[in-house]
Design a protein around this ligand. Structure first.
Ligand SMILES: [Zn+2]
Length: 130
């Protein structure tokens, strides 16, 4: 799926989350994420580093959930001092996205530029929380 102007705006919001908080030396805050809700709200986050991390996508999702949001439409993560690199979600995030927003879209890096795919399609046969 191709990106629209709101998707590029979301990428910019992710960049604006990481640029002022980038820290590649001490706390390794190197990724920013932005999440658009179904109602159009945008929540952002940067990664919190540890052995098992808390990825920027998870922080953005936690921010949205904390604000009472429960339905989501698009998420993106970017890396680098200028947030110049779009990142595909890691395996753990794919599991989280499959659980919280299976029908949402994820902006991914592509050889011909960014594109979108459904979160559920990023992790076939995902573990189902019962
Ligand atoms: Zn992740």
């Amino acid at each position: 799926m191709n990106l629209d102007h709101q998707d590029y705006e979301l990428i910019e919001r992710a960049r604006r989350a990481i640029i002022p908080n980038y820290d590649g030396v001490n706390y390794m805050h190197t990724v920013g994420a932005a999440l658009r809700t179904s109602s159009g709200g945008v929540y952002v986050g940067v990664n919190v580093y540890s052995l098992h991390g808390a990825c920027a996508e998870q922080i953005a999702l936690g921010n949205a959930i904390t604000a009472g949001e429960r339905t989501f439409s698009v998420i993106v993560a970017v890396a680098g001092e200028q947030g110049e690199t779009i990142l595909a979600p890691c395996g753990n995030c794919r599991q989280i996205l499959a659980y919280y927003m299976p029908d949402a879209e994820v902006i991914l890096p592509g050889a011909d530029g960014p594109f979108k795919a459904k979160a559920n399609d990023l992790l076939p046969w995902a573990y189902e929380v019962k």
